[in-house]
Design a protein around this ligand. Structure first.
Ligand code: GAR
Length: 205
């Protein structure tokens, strides 16, 4: 059966993209294939990673798009051109508007570095999330993979995994543990689950 065609959206180093590539290579991700990697920033390491595996890449630089609407229309054109069926936000640091998300119901997933609804929503991204978790004093944090809708970090939860906070943690040490123990595990798993579901729906429609 044809694999679900996935676009991975990135903004930085792309360690979650790497976890998806590894999952594709070792068979954890078998119902979907990474057909395209799109970065909203030029010269990020994630693009190099994709290229080194022969994956097609595009840069949709939001800074050169006059408006958010233009940026999102650009993305839509790319996804149409490449027959994309599933969009994976893997360290993608731009919030997508309702104009975009309503066109892809249950077709966009995101990995967030906390246990939603904690430390989530507008303003909570990257190291800021871990800083907030440490300031609050939680003893457990983790990661969440969820569907993306018009509410930032507000869509249906697909998978979550908890990770302990250790005495002496810094935002950096906590981020590393959350990535290694949670994000890199649940993102590929969720990607396989949703890819499989899209294949099934394709078969019955
Ligand atoms: C990851 O921790 C990801 O969960 C987070 O940014 C990091 C990107 O790392 N994403 C967000 O905070 C989105 N709200 P990566 O580029 O190495 O995958």
């Amino acid at each position: 059966m044809l694999k679900t065609r996935i676009a991975v959206l990135v903004s930085g180093s792309g360690t979650n993209l790497q976890a998806l590539i590894d999952a594709q290579e070792n068979g954890v991700l078998k119902s979907g294939e990474i057909a395209l990697v799109v970065s909203n920033k030029p010269d990020v390491y994630a693009i190099e990673r994709a290229k080194s595996y022969g994956i097609l890449t595009e840069v949709a630089d939001n800074k050169v798009c006059p408006t958010q609407h233009d940026f999102e229309e650009h993305l839509k054109v790319l996804f149409k051109q490449h027959d994309i069926e599933l969009i994976v936000l893997a360290g993608f640091m731009k919030i997508l508007s309702e104009n975009f998300t309503r066109d892809y119901p249950k077709r966009i997933i995101n990995v967030h570095p906390a246990l939603i609804p904690s430390f989530s929503g507008k303003g909570f991204y990257g190291l800021r999330v871990h800083k907030a978790a440490l300031e609050y004093g939680v003893k457990l944090t983790g990661a969440t993979v969820h569907f993306v809708n018009e509410i930032p970090d507000g869509g249906e939860i697909i998978l979550q995994k908890s990770v302990p906070v250790r005495k002496g943690d810094t935002p950096e040490t906590l981020q590393k543990r959350v990535m290694e123990q949670a994000e890199w595990k649940i993102l590929p798993k969720a990607c396989e689950m949703v890819s499989k579901e899209i294949q099934k729906r394709r078969k019955t429609s």
